[in-house]
Every structure is written in C-alpha cells, then in structure tokens.
Design a protein around this ligand. Structure first.
Ligand code: SER
Length: 871
C-alpha cells in the first residue's frame, strides 16, 4: 500500500466504527505549553481534561506531527523522523481498552495485511487488564507480550496534561534487521508501528500523576511512514513512497547514490527529512528565528545545508527540496501547494544567510583546531560552532576526526545542557502554570465571549486568583467571568481594558488574556472596596479604547488587501499588532517598498475605507471559507467552524477580532513608514483615525515652523525659498574661499620677502597670527614661491591664547637633500613644551609654553644648518 492508501484505510476503518473524521490541526498548536504539535491528541487535549465538551465521542485523524526530541537521531536510524504523519483514533469518555486493542489488531492484521505471527506487543507492567485482553481476547502468545516500566509504556505529553498507560504494537522485520528477542532487545528489527494510550490520569510537567481525568479515553498514534515500511517491505522510512522522492532529489543534486556509504547515506537522509519537515513548518507559518519553533526551523535548515556541502552540493538546494515535498504530499496537504512559493523564498533566504555563516564557522574551526590541546578540540569551540554558526556537533566531530582530533564532549554536553534548560524554561514560559490559575480555569471551563455585540453586561465572577479569598483595595487579581464582554488578546489584537463592578468593590482591568481550553482571564487591580469569588458583577469594557482598536483592526485588513493588490499575492501577513489608534503589520516581500508605492498604498487603502463598505462577520465551515477565498493566517486551527470577517466584497480573512460595522468609521489610515525586519520580511506601521490626525497636526506644526524660519510667507513658497537660500549660501561660500586664497597669496608674498639664506637654502622663520590651518596655508604658499634650485623652508609660529603653535613647510628638493619637516621642528617643539609630527614636507608642533615661541623660531637656522651638515 502506498501512503494515500494507508491513510484512507485507517480513516475509513474508524469511520465505519462511528468515528468522526477530523482534519489535521496546524503544526503550531493552540496549546501554549507546547512548542509544536507532537501528536494527534494535541488538538483534543481540552476534551480529555474536561475543559470543553467534545462535539463527538469518537474521532479519527491523520495529524501533522513534529518531534524535536528526535532531531539528533534522524539520519542515523531507519525509523526516526522529525516530521511525520500520525494516524490516530480517539475516544472521549466512550470506549476504552478492549475496543481499542481489538480494533488495532483487526486493522493491522486484516486491514493492512500484516502477518499475525510477526506481531509483538508491549504493555505497562501494572496494567494487567491490557495484558489479559492481548492474551485472552486476541489470543497472542504470552512470550510476545512484553511488560515494560513507566519509561517505555506510560505516555504523557512531556508537559502537564492527560496521560496514562500504553500498549505498543511492533512488527518483526526479520533476522536481516537485527537479533531476535523482541522490542526489548532491538527496536530496529522490532519496529513500533502503533501506540495505544489509555488516558486515565492527569500528569504534571514531571509525569507525576496528580489526579484522575474527568473522562477516561483512548488516544492512539501510528506513523504512516512506519506502516509504509512494513507494507512496502523496505528497509527504512526513507525508502517508502513518502520519502523516496526526497532521497532521489538529494542524489540528483549531489551525484552521490544512496547506498554508496554510510557517511553519505546519513547526509542524504538528513536532506530528505529536514527538507520535508522545513516545508511543512513554513507552510504552517513558522519563520526562522533564534528562539522557540523558529529556532527549530533554523537549526534544521542549517543542518541540511552543512550536510549538503558534505555531499559536495555547492548550489542552493532548498527550493528543489520544497518542490519535491509539495509534489509528493501536496494532494494530502493542500496548504503545501498554497504556500509553495513562500516556503521556497523563506528557505532560500535562510540558506543564503547560512552559506555565509558556514564559511565563518569553518574559519573558527580552523583556529580552534590550531589551539587544540593534546588532540582535543575544546567543548567551548564545539558549542560555539553549534550555537553561533549552526554547526551540528556531528559535523564538528567529523571535521575534527579528519584532523585526528576528538572534541571535549563533556564540556560540550555541559554547555548544551545549560542551553536546553534555558530552552525548556522558554518553552514553558507561555504556559499558564501559575499557582491556582490552572485549577480555577479547569473548574470554570471555557468562557462565553459576548463582546462582539456588547461592551457591558451583567455577569458573575466564577474564578478569582489572588493572594487571599477576599481581595482588598490595591491588590492584584486575575478574574474569570461568565460571560464576558472583554476581548482576550489574540490574532494580533490587544486585550480589552475596563472595569468590573460588584456590590462590594470594583476591579480596574488592565489586560485580558486567553488560556488553553478557552477561558478568558481579566488581569487587574482592586480599585475600591473588596471583591470575592462568586459575586454578581457588572463588566464594562473601556468603550473608547475598544472603538479605537476596532478601527485599527479593520484598517489592518484593508491594508493587507491593499498590499496584496499592489505588490502581489506573495505579500502575506506574517504577524501584526492591532492596538488603539495604531497598527503594525509584518508581511513577506523581497525588497523595500519605494516611497511612491507606499504613498499609492496609503491612498488606495483610504479610498477603500471612504467607500464605507459594510464589515460583516460570520461563522462557517473551514471548507466553505477557503472555497470563498478567505485568507487563513498562521496558527489557525482547522476546526469545524471558523469566523470569517468580510470587508465589502474584496477582503475575506479568518479572524476572531473586533471590527467597525462600516469602513467609513475608520476615517483615515496614515502610513508612518516601512522597514526591514529580516530577510524577506517587511514591516509597515500606521496610525488610524483621530490618532492619524494628531500625526498630521504634528507635521503641520513642523512645517509652519520651517516656513517661518525661512521667511517664506506660505508653505507653497517654502521649497523654492529653501532651494534659493541653499544656492546663495553655496555662492557665498565659494566667494569667501576665493577671497581667502587671495589673502593667503598676498600675505605669502610678504612672508617670502622676509627670507634669509642658510647654506643656499631660502629660509623663513617668523612669527605670524593665525590658527593652524591659516599658518599651514601660508607656509605652503610661501615655500612654493621660494623654492629655487637649492630648496626652501618656511617655519611660522604663533602664540595665541597662551598656546604655542609651529608649522614647518619644506620644498621637495630640500627633503631630497636629507632634511625633513618633523626633524627641523624637533628642538623648537621641545622648547615650547611639546612634540613635532607630520610628513617630510609638512609638520606641526604645539605646546603650552607660548612665551618660548620667539626663541624657538630663532633657533631654526642653526637647526637647519645642523641637518644639512649631518645629511
Ligand atoms: N499520544 C500517543 C503518542 O504520541 C498516542 O497517539 O504516541
């Protein structure tokens, strides 16, 4: 069976058994505690935890999944991938172990036709029930039911969430793949294809059971790629129809064949996995960066490029890998096709960047190599190569080995561990794990949001997170209401502010934030009186701030439409900030937008707004929204119902934000500017409505000031006036320059006339008024006049403001007689308390001893004589 058949057989099998087919959710999870979607159950987490009611008791899906923990294994084993497709069936408080195991067996043996004699299973050592079902109901022989501990057969998300004992299904691939003895002995030969988790408990971040789940359930996960390995009878996931085309692309680009050698095979496998995974990440809206999921993407693209170099590929290659991924999987995942050009652009620009870093990294490697002690390359260098230049440690190790060196792995691991700890802390930071909050949120459930229609409402406090049960004036508090008119930050739009009043006191709300599971948290301070849980309340959103935010949000959609209209479809939104009176909008575009085009965009957007088109919002299915051409932004969950915001008949976006009813309400949008925020990414900032007017007023005031200072009378005359003034200034400057030259020339005649002759050389040594520049000009001019066959020297000195200054200019022919200007000035410089410096033909000296200048000048003829004699 090929990939599409494997997927379809799974979904059809469970559909026949009452499961709802649910589309894959994005790789960017809704769940803020997770970096990326790691399994099929992620989108269903609220159902297992009882935070939301499942709309169906049974579901089945093919989920795009990503495991960063496997990155280092990829390439070195036959079965590990970062990105993979996970088949899963789920029960939310419905069936449990018996059905899950029996259906699993039926589908594997009959549906996929895998010989029952090749199957082994594992169960959690304390789960007697699962072992009994395998033995008694399925009839599997006891020696092929392996009991394992918590490490292998207890599944959790790796962060707090639902968890439970698991049972895995393995297929024996035969003696050519490894020793006999079951999965405990060898997991390459005994390939795990399907994990059944019996969701029963709630776990904390450290996989300690902290409670029972609201409803028990089933969560299974099977890798499409691994089933393909068995079904297609190939040696590794890379040789299945799902990844083989990627291997071939690497072969074509490098001229190396898969199977030529282990070293090149590892690199080809890395190209295949990473190229495919990067394409999926970008298509779901991840962009390379230095943190979080952006870092995962960056690290993968860099690893890919360095392995490409090892294969001898010097040309850009990511574009080809994206294309092959789209050709292979674009039918199953249409978002790949929709974002193909975008993905190529993002990958190519990262590739280009790394090409430069790679060279620098090699330079660092060379210098670290030279500093290596006792055949060991320092762990710090290996870490820096990894961290700063994106060198995978395997690459550094190999480069080192070629030089007969090892790397200090202990130190490297120590630094990596420190970095991992930092990364984990960062990954969890988004989590609402604060004391008490998770509990209150779990108790209160999802909050009903009524803020599209209402800005104030009678409601009730259903959760209060504060230092004490009754919260006093001045204390901070987090509040859950049901329902609420407050909009929680999301889709770029800031959270609402306002006030919550109860009989006994009021809370000033400074921010509103969402939590996983759909609760809305109001963050604020008790402003007066005291407040307690369960109280009746009246909630009021700050209406002006909300109105200003709504104007910005509608303006953002219109600006987005305008950019796509003017620059092309590739100008996609990559992030935004929608705040009262202003907006920031990031989009993908290869180069700066010229001022005229920006002005045109501003004009077009305002013309659109002035048309006063209606802004409508409606809920519909994802399929319908897409068919209507709605733009799905990053991180949208492909759930059943989505909200579409439509402006006139031209702009359609999936959006949960708040908007004005007619575009005329926005009044005006004024673009402040455009800038680069990374390769291929631009940012526009703009002011909206009355705030735009403030900006215009500021500009007007500045203009008035300029007009007044120019004496132009009115603004229209100002540019001409400014041009004339600048021209006049230039004329004056050049006239003045001429005058100065004439002056110097006249003066220099006088200076030259005062010369004496020392050993045939014409010499001036006299006191003169002027600053360093003036003395220099004068001395050079005079020396030009005096230069005869035997050469000339002019030394001028001044004593102004208590400082001595000396300048010596020498003719070239004097210099060729072995005299130079700094030497000539040396004793004089000493006499005035300083030193002399300059070129052979021109030197300066300065000092504090102004009274000594005359004597110093008087010593010049002797000094010249000395030098001439010496030369
Ligand atoms: N969540 C389990 C896993 O990822 C089963 O889907 O293995």
């Amino acid at each position: 069976m090929d990939g599409p058949q494997i997927r379809e057989r799974f979904l059809a099998f469970f559909e026949e058994r009452g499961h709802k087919r649910v589309p894959s959710s994005s790789l960017i999870p809704d769940d803020r505690s997770l970096l990326l979607t790691t399994a099929g159950m992620v989108q269903f987490k609220p159902y297992f935890l009882g935070l939301a009611d499942p709309p169906y008791p049974r579901a089945a899906s093919v989920q795009k999944s990503f495991r960063t923990t496997d990155i280092d294994n990829v390439g070195h084993t036959a079965r590990h991938l970062t990105f993979f497709e996970m088949l899963g069936n789920f029960s939310f408080g419905d069936y449990f172990k018996k059905e899950s195991i029996s259906w699993g067996w039926e589908l594997v043996t009959e549906g996929y036709g895998i010989d029952p004699d090749r199957i082994w299973v594992s169960v959690f050592e304390e789960d007697g029930e699962a072992a009994r079902i395998w033995a008694d109901e399925i009839g599997l022989s006891a020696d092929r039911i392996v009991k394992r501990g918590k490490k292998d057969n207890f599944w959790s998300m790796g962060v707090a969430g639902p968890c439970g004992p698991s049972s895995e299904i393995f297929v024996d691939r035969g003696s050519e793949f490894g020793p006999n003895g079951g999965p405990a002995v060898d997991e390459e030969r005994f390939l795990e294809i399907w994990n059944h988790v019996f969701m029963q408990y709630e776990c904390d971040d450290d996989i300690n059971v902290v409670g029972d789940l609201a409803r028990t359930g089933v969560d299974t996960g099977a890798s499409v790629e691994r089933i393909a390995v068995v079904s297609q009878n190939v040696a590794s996931v890379f040789e299945t129809d799902l990844l083989r085309p990627m291997l071939s692309a690497g072969e074509e680009l490098s001229g190396v064949s898969y199977g030529d050698g282990e070293r090149t095979d590892v690199s080809l496998r890395i190209l295949a996995d990473h190229g495919r995974a990067a394409t999926f990440l970008i298509a779901d809206g991840v962009l390379p960066s230095n943190e979080g999921r952006g870092y995962v993407l960056r690290r993968m693209l860099r690893r890919l490029v360095s392995h490409a170099r090892r294969l001898g590929i010097e040309k850009p290659l990511t574009g080809r890998l994206v294309d092959v991924t789209v050709e292979t999987l674009g039918d199953a995942y249409p978002e790949l096709r929709e974002n193909q050009e975008f993905a190529k652009q993002v990958a190519a620009s990262e590739e280009e960047r790394f090409a430069a870093t790679l060279r620098q990294g090699m330079t660092l490697f060379e210098s670290s190599k030279a500093e290596a002690k006792k055949g060991v390359l320092s762990g710090d260098a290996a870490f820096k190569l990894h961290d700063t230049h994106g060198f995978p440690v395997e690459l550094t190790m190999e480069l080192a080995a070629e030089e007969g060196l090892e790397i200090d792995r202990d130190r490297f691991e120590e630094l990596m561990q420190e970095q991992r700890t930092r990364a984990q802390a960062a990954a969890k930071k988004g989590d609402f794990a604060e004391e008490g909050l998770a509990e209150s949120v779990a108790r209160a459930g999802a909050t009903e949001f009524i803020g599209y229609e209402k800005l104030e409402a009678d409601t009730r406090i259903v959760g209060l997170i504060a230092p004490s049960e009754v919260v006093q004036e001045g204390e901070e508090v987090r509040v859950l209401l049901d329902p609420t008119p407050f909009y929680a930050e999301g889709g770029g739009q800031v959270g609402d502010t306002g006030i919550i009043r109860t009989e006994t006191g009021s809370i000033r709300v400074a921010d509103t934030q969402p939590t996983p599971g759909g609760a809305i948290v109001h963050i604020g301070v008790v402003e007066s009186g005291e407040v307690s849980d369960g109280a009746e309340a009246h909630a009021e959103v700050d209406p002006e701030r909300r109105a200003a935010t709504a104007r910005s949000h509608t303006a953002t959609h219109v600006v987005h439409w305008t950019l796509r209209h003017l620059l092309g479809e590739h100008a996609r939104q990559a992030g935004s900030l929608v705040a009262p009176g202003r907006l920031r909008f990031d989009f993908t575009h290869h180069s700066a937008v010229p001022a005229e085009q920006l002005e045109e965009a501003e004009y077009t957007a305002n013309t659109r707004l002035a048309a006063d088109d209606p802004v409508r919002a409606y809920e519909t299915t994802m399929e319908y929204a897409k068919a209507e051409g709605a733009i799905a932004l990053f991180g949208e969950k492909y759930g059943d119902l989505v909200r579409v915001v439509e402006v006139g008949d031209y702009s359609r976006e999936l959006c949960g934000g708040t908007h004005v009813p007619h575009t005329g309400k926005v009044a005006v949008v004024r673009v402040l500017g455009e800038s680069s925020i990374g390769s291929g990414l631009r940012r526009i900032e703009a002011l909206v409505g009355p705030d735009a007017l403030k900006e215009v007023n500021l500009e007007r005031r500045l203009l008035q000031e300029v007009v007044r200072e120019l004496g132009a009378g009115d603004p229209a005359a100002a540019p001409e006036r400014a041009r004339k003034l600048v021209e006049r200034l230039k004329q004056l400057e050049s006239a003045q320059g001429k005058l100065q030259k004439e002056q110097v020339s006249g003066l220099s005649e006088h200076v030259a006339a005062r010369h004496s002759v020392v050993a045939g050389v014409r010499l001036v040594n006299s006191l003169q008024e002027g600053d360093a520049d003036q003395l220099r000009a004068l001395a050079q001019e005079a020396v030009g006049r005096l230069e005869g066959e035997e050469g000339a020297a002019v030394v001028l000195g001044s004593a102004e403001d208590g400082r001595a200054l000396l300048v010596a200019a020498l003719s070239k022919n004097l210099v060729s007689r072995g005299v130079n200007a700094p030497q000539l000035l040396e004793p004089a410089a000493k006499a005035v308390g300083g030193g002399a410096g300059g070129k052979p033909t021109l030197a300066f000296a300065g000092g504090k001893n102004a009274a000594a200048v005359e004597d110093a000048l008087a010593g010049i003829p002797r000094r010249l004589e000395e030098l001439l004699e010496g030369g």
